[in-house]
Design a protein around this ligand. Structure first.
Ligand SMILES: Nc1ncnc2c1ncn2[C@@H]1O[C@H](COP(=O)(O)OP(=O)(O)O)[C@@H](O)[C@H]1O
Ligand SMILES: [Mg+2]
Length: 420
């Protein structure tokens, strides 16, 4: 637990997750960050955080100054977390609630700026407090390993511990695009989310640009929300309501000439211009068009990352968050394919080929409820695999490197399916 004495004084100079997150949250160099030391002379302290559990293994920054908000930042939404994480957070949250965190063996991070610099100019949490109406807010900061596709997040609380918002920070081109997309999706959803079977999305409270960043502040999830079980059957009616925007759907149109096919073609060509394997994606899209061009397909929206860990239940209603990948004009059934594929890949650790087989079986089982004929099911499965490769390429081109479970496996798979 003890931190080495030769740790760099300013966490922003670190190469680990704490360095990455603190650079994103405190980009203004007029702000001083000191660990285990008071603010520099002439500075005003603006916030203090416990670095939990240690500098070297930091997982979260817990705001000090309001035991209730600090405790809430550890205890809120614990039902959504894995049991081990939940236990650790509950234990520390108990300490915080009793006001004992200052006594606990966690280093303290002090955030300060020259006395004449207004906090709203240099501190994101202050800017967000203004955007949400002006009441003071405390921010708990999650720390994850640096990743070009991840967004640092702030959980915002008022002093009494009530959740006020969840802020996602887009800090590079890849994450700015994701945050912008999620804000746009959340802005449009209230118009359709009241429809029968449509899941409840959180609202968008604010979207702002700040220090080259795009920040979306999302309404807190309902306090009683529980994650859905990873073993539940897929929520077919709910994902169909998402696809149809709460309406009755649009008449099927041929795949050939569709906006969907045009987008896949354009993206594959862009991939081909940047990576050698992009040529295989171009060929895969051509094969898809050749094979299924005449098939009539119902197009609709999708959530884009419909998986049990982005879904919850509250008072009998399904809640869906994480709309970063959502968009229009995909074959209805894409969310079902994604749910099935990701559960196989990530929960059961199956290879991509086995996960694709699971998609086929799932579409055979539930396709009727989506109004899908056997030919349409093939468009959904084959189209989804190409779409997923394109997403994998986009994430890789954001600087994250290739997801080894998906590349080149998806291309191999698509080629095999088209030659079969
Ligand atoms: N509006 C919110 N209120 C409270 N907690 C949230 C909210 N949105 C997300 N979370 C929590 O943070 C986790 C990660 O957020 P999510 O939107 O899924 O982003 P990503 O998975 O892309 O990092 C969620 O699984 C949930 O536990
Ligand atoms: Mg998520």
């Amino acid at each position: 637990m003890t931190d080495q004495v030769d740790e760099p004084a300013d966490p922003r100079s670190r190469t680990d997750g704490l360095g990455w997150v603190s650079r994103a949250v405190f980009p203004d160099r007029r702000v001083a960050l000191t660990v285990g030391a008071p603010a520099p002379a002439g500075h005003r302290t603006m916030a203090r955080y416990a670095v939990v559990p240690s500098l070297a293994r930091a997982r979260f920054l817990v705001p000090l100054g309001s035991p209730r908000a600090g405790a809430a930042s550890l205890l809120a939404y614990n039902a959504l977390r894995p049991p081990k994480v939940r236990a650790v957070r509950a234990a520390i949250g108990g300490l915080v609630r009793l006001g004992l965190l200052g006594l606990a063996p966690f280093p303290t991070l002090t955030v300060s700026a020259p006395a004449e610099v207004p906090a709203t100019e240099v501190l994101l949490a202050e800017r967000l407090a203004t955007a949400l109406g002006g009441a003071p807010l405390l921010a708990a900061v999650g720390v994850r390993p640096p990743d070009p596709n991840h967004k640092p997040t702030l959980q915002l609380f008022s002093g009494d511990g009530s959740p006020r918002g969840y802020a996602k920070i887009g800090w590079n081109p890849a994450t700015r695009a994701l945050v912008t997309a999620e804000a746009a999706a959340l802005r449009a959803l209230p118009a359709v989310a009241g429809a029968t079977d449509h899941p409840v999305p959180p609202g968008l409270l604010a979207e702002l640009t700040w220090a080259d960043q795009v920040v979306a502040v999302i309404e807190p999830l309902p306090p009683g929300v529980r994650g859905v079980s990873a073993h539940d059957p897929p929520r077919v009616a709910a994902l169909l309501a998402v696809a149809r925007r709460g309406g009755s759907g649009t008449p099927p149109r041929p795949l050939a000439g569709s906006t969907f096919l045009a987008r896949l073609t354009a993206q594959a060509q862009r991939a081909a211009a940047t990576v050698p394997s992009g040529a295989r994606a171009v060929a895969a899209v051509e094969a898809l068009a050749q094979r299924h061009g005449a098939t009539d397909v119902e197009f609709g929206h999708w959530h884009g990352d419909w998986v049990p860990w982005n879904l919850g239940e509250d008072s009998g209603r399904l809640v869906a968050w994480d709309w970063e990948h959502s968009g229009p004009d995909v074959p209805v059934g894409f969310d079902l394919a994604h749910d099935t594929f990701q559960r196989a890949l990530l929960l059961r650790g199956e290879p991509a080929a086995t996960a694709a087989d699971a998609v086929d079986s799932c579409l055979a089982r539930y396709g009727d409820r989506l109004g899908l004929s056997p030919a349409q099911r093939q468009v959904v499965a084959d189209g989804y695999l190409v779409e997923l490769w394109l997403r994998t390429w986009r994430l890789a081109s954001g600087g994250a490197g290739w997801n080894a479970a998906l590349h080149p496996a998806l291309l191999d798979l698509v080629e095999k399916r088209h030659s079969g």
